[in-house]
Structure formats: C-alpha cells, structure tokens
Design a protein. Structure first.
Length: 340
C-alpha cells in the first residue's frame, strides 16, 4: 500500500512538471511577436532624423542618417552621405504619396515629420515607389533629348539635353497674387504653389522699393510650347528659333517654376532692354533673396545655349539661388557639381 502511494505521488509530480513546461512554451509562443515588435520599435526609436533642411548636392553625416532611415522604410538606395538623384527620388516619392506635402524633392521639416510617422506607425497605404516609380531605362524625345526621370524636383534641370515628359503637368498650379498686364485668366498666369508664394514676396519687396514690376508669362503646357516653337521655326528657321525658343519638353515654363517679368517702361515687352530699367536692375540684385535666379544670364550663352534673357526668372529655392548668384554660375554649372 505504501509502495502504491509512492508511485501515485511520483506520477503526480511528473504531471506537474509537464504542465509547467507546456505553460512556459505557450507563454514564450504568445509573447514572441510582441517582443519582436518591441525590438523593432526600439530600433526605430534609435534612428535619428536630421533636423536641418537637406537637398541635392548636400553631403555629410546628416544625409547619411537620412539615407539610413529611407533604407529602413524600404528604399533601396546607397548610403553614401551624398544627397544624390536616388535620394531626391525617395524624398519626392514620399511627398507625392502625402497630399499635405509640397512636392520638391527637398527634405524639409514637414517631410521629416511625415517620415517619422511612417517610421513608427504602419499606415497601410504607403509603399516605396507608389508615388514616383523608379525608372530603370532612360527615355528620349524624338530629337534624342534625354527625358528626365523626376520632373517634380525643385532643382530639375530642363534644357536642350534634358527634357520634361510630354504628359507632365504640375498638380499644384495656382495663380500668384501679382500684377499682370492683361486681365484674362490664362494658363500662363500660373505657377507651382511654392514658386507662386515666393513670387508674391518678391513683388511685395519690389513695390516697397517703388518699382512697377509686372508678371507676363509663367506656366506653359507641352502642347502650347509645341505651337510656339513651330510658329518661330516657320518665321525664322529652326536654327535661329532654337536660340530663343525651346522645343516642346525642353522649356522651363512647363515646370511651373518660371515666370517672365517686365515693366511699363518697355511697354511690357520681353526684351534685353529690361535689364536697363529700374525693375530689371533691382531684379538682378534681389531675385536670389526670394529663391529665384536669372536663368539665362549674359555671357553664359555657350553654356545655356540660349540668348541673354534678363526677364526670365526660375525658382530654385533660396539656398541654391544664393549659391548660384554668389558663384556667378548657371544652373547647368551649379548642378554639374553633382557629377564631380
């Protein structure tokens, strides 16, 4: 009888040990996903986003940190500390997928806040490449001009070697609150939102300086440029026309970042005499203060391949505009640094 009790007791102990092991395995199984999630969140918390604004041509530790975070979000870009084309593409893609952001390809405070949210919260709608699919092949126009892969970026280079896609139409076109020498609400009154607000600031400053500046021609569609270029070719021949008029796709006006300006002193025309007016002189000195450059400066015709146009201003942002103006270079020369 005593032996039987010992056997029962041993069996009971064995059952208790087995039950304890099962509970431990069950606990480990149920807590493992949470542990993995917490580990992932901890890794994300240690990833620090840069505090300063960053853009093409910038380099250093801040850019490297940004690229590390972009990798974490799923962008397969090289972490090299250089704000290169692939980094611009990733930032542009994120901006295109969030309506509240201005699409510029520039890393701003608003963009940083959005990236931080994506890093810590699963929204379920974001996916790398959904806004701007990565281009693996280079497209060309009928004239053999390379079509740029990212027409949205603020520093996009558009010229006789780099064309905009035929179907590119900026989505954020607005009419700036500035003076025009005509009253009709024509498309050429329009600019992209970021350029329009900066143009308004420029005009306010010109008014305070006692000047009479007018906006003449902004956004121009691919089709409109096609008509204008064909008309100029018919009148002057293609070789001559291409010195002062762009082929469709090769015009900066299609970017929505450009505005031709003029004044009453030259009867609102777009001529080189504008440079000698008070408005033209002031513009040359102060355009960069508001993020604009004289896109086709005098003495740089061999580089831009267009005649001197003191009336044609292009928005590139204050940082780039100030550097371009201080260095006395063209946009071509400025962006050439990216290749060096």
């Amino acid at each position: 009888m005593k032996h039987k009790r010992i056997v029962v007791f041993v069996v009971f102990i064995i059952l208790l040990i087995a039950a304890a092991c099962t509970d431990k395995e069950s606990l480990e199984t149920t807590t493992q996903p949470d542990q993995e999630k917490n580990t992932s969140n901890a890794e994300n918390d240690t990833m620090e986003l840069p505090k300063e604004q960053l853009q093409k041509l910038d380099n250093g530790d801040a850019v490297q940190s940004l690229q590390t975070v972009l990798n974490k979000l799923g962008y397969e870009i090289t972490i090299n500390g250089e704000f290169d084309a692939s980094t611009v593409w990733a930032i542009t893609d994120i901006q295109l997928q969030h309506d509240a952001l201005l699409v510029t390809g520039i890393y701003t405070e608003d963009t940083a806040q959005t990236i931080d949210t994506l890093l810590h919260e699963n929204t379920g709608t974001f996916e790398p490449g959904n806004g701007l699919p990565a281009k693996t092949e280079t497209a060309t126009t009928n004239h053999g001009t390379e079509v740029i892969a990212n027409p949205y970026e603020q520093l996009a280079l558009v010229n006789k070697q780099h064309a905009l896609p035929e179907d590119y139409i900026p989505e954020d076109l607005v009419i700036p609150d500035v003076r025009f020498p005509f009253t009709e609400d024509l498309p050429k009154k329009q600019m992209r939102k970021i350029a329009a607000s900066s143009l308004e600031e420029l005009f306010v400053a010109a008014d305070e300086a006692g000047l009479d500046l007018f906006a003449q021609s902004g956004y121009r569609s691919y089709e409109r440029q096609e008509t204008i270029f064909a008309s100029n070719v018919e009148a002057d021949g293609e070789e001559a026309a291409n010195k002062f008029s762009a082929r469709p796709g090769e015009s900066e006006h299609q970017t929505g970042l450009t505005m031709d300006v003029t004044s009453p002193d030259i009867d609102f025309q777009l001529t080189t005499e504008f440079a000698n007016t008070d408005e033209g002189k002031w513009l040359a000195q102060h355009a960069a203060d508001y993020g604009f450059i004289i896109r086709f400066p005098k003495g740089k015709e061999d580089i831009t391949e267009y005649q001197y146009e003191p009336w044609h201003i292009r928005y590139v942002g204050k940082k780039a505009a100030e550097e371009i103006t201080e260095q006395d270079v063209t946009l071509e020369e400025y962006l050439k640094q990216e290749e060096n």
